[in-house]
Design a binder for this molecule. Sequence first.
Ligand code: BTN
Length: 254
Amino acid sequence: ENDLNTSFIGRNIYYFNTISSTNIKAKEIALKELEGTVVIAEDQTTGKGRLGRDWVSSKGRGIWMSIILKPEADPIKVAKITLIGAAAVNKALEDIGIKSQIKWPNDVVINGKKICGILTEMNCELNMINYVVMGIGINVNLQEEDFPKNLIDKATSLKIAEKREINRKKLLANILNRFEEFYIPFKNSDDISKAIEICRENSALINKEVSIIKGEEIKTGKALDINEEGKLVVMFENGIVENIFSGEVSVRGV
Ligand code: BTN
């Protein structure tokens, strides 16, 4: 609370001990609540990841939250919003002395292992956004035994990576502060240059081989950059360079 210095992000908080999913709850209340309202829970019984996956949300050890946003932007621009969340988490971690990398467009990793995932959902009508719910899950103080065996090689927690207990309240306040800092220019003038710069400077993908998975199709190439629109610039094996829009793909480092 004391560390929070935002004007509207996180000024209205719904706090739950146990809930199905903070994204589900946020979507239920989004229409009647103010922009910047945050739903947060100690424990989620059916935490949701991208592509219909489950999300492990061990009780009291993570930050499981959803932020309600109401930008007056073209729905097509919303894919970029996720980069604001990723940049906010990366910077907030840096503020407490933890180096991380952003795996475009929605993961934050440490040493190649995922510590944060973001699930952005939108509700729109015609060409108007009613609301956006950005769900952010951070593995803060989870221990090895909290992870299912199939995730051990892919995911980790801040505690495991840093070998120390992390103060969740302080980290949460830092994330909300950073989020607002990067969100205001987007809201006011469609400017996400700061978030993109952070995603570029701390990218886990640039100059690496990547697989772009689009439906049934898998294409391998090299990630070159994140452009000013927030798209991933990839050179494929045939030499063709494409700008990849986050809405349509899943990226795997290879
Ligand atoms: C992913 O990496 O697949 C996205 C994971 C998103 C998890 C967070 S935890 C808080 C919010 N509530 C959910 O059910 N999911 C998101």
